[in-house]
Design a protein around this ligand. Structure first.
Ligand SMILES: CC(C)(COP(=O)(O)OP(=O)(O)OC[C@H]1O[C@@H](n2cnc3c(N)ncnc32)[C@H](O)[C@@H]1OP(=O)(O)O)[C@@H](O)C(=O)NCCC(=O)NCCS
Length: 152
């Protein structure tokens, strides 16, 4: 049975592990430099199993009602155990708004994962990615808790 997963805010001491997991997850994960990751830590959730960091989710708030998932990666040995789902669940508990993300068109695993969490495919950004060049699928999860503008 997979070990219990806990999710917490990432801290500067996690940087080495975040880079290790990101490095294993290329090119499906976005490539963030150590400096950019450190600067983005305020929007970074880390998942642990048995005190070991096994995944992370990086996000940012775009205005008060829109959020974006910027990166998501899970340690290769810990995949298909619900780590990404635990990160997404925690993130959705904090993100009160519509959530957007881009994913490589060939990344069927991530597209399936996001579909499980209620994201729908909104369109394509052609040749959005480099190394290798590939289209991005734009996905969105509408937050049904936001009241329509005329009711706000
Ligand atoms: C995509 C990724 C984050 C999934 O992480 P994970 O912890 O294995 O995902 P979960 O265990 O929470 O999976 C939840 C569901 O997503 C879907 N899913 C996840 N991985 C899948 C795969 N390889 N193939 C098909 N469906 C998959 C399944 O429906 C799965 O439920 P199930 O295991 O009960 O069938 C992981 O494979 C990864 O790090 N990939 C490389 C980086 C990446 O693609 N990041 C996304 C950038 S947009």
């Amino acid at each position: 049975m997979p070990a219990k997963i806990t999710v917490r805010k990432a801290a500067p001491e996690d940087l080495e592990e975040l880079l290790r997991i990101q490095g294993q997850s290329m090119p499906q994960a976005a490539e963030w430099s150590a400096g950019a990751l450190l600067e983005g830590l305020e929007g970074c959730l880390a998942a642990q199993q048995n005190d070991r960091l096994v995944g992370f989710l990086l996000y940012r708030e775009l205005g008060s009602t829109e959020w974006e998932i910027l990166n998501l990666a899970v340690d290769q040995q810990s995949r298909r155990q619900g780590v990404a789902s635990s990160l997404i669940e925690k993130f959705l508990g904090e993100a009160h708004g519509d959530v957007y993300l881009e994913v490589r068109e060939s990344n069927l695993a991530a597209r399936a994962l996001y579909a499980c969490w209620g994201f729908s495919e909104e369109g394509l950004r052609r040749a959005y990615y480099h190394r290798p060049v590939e289209n991005a699928v734009v996905m969105k999860r509408a937050n049904k808790n936001i009241p329509p503008a005329n009711e706000a």
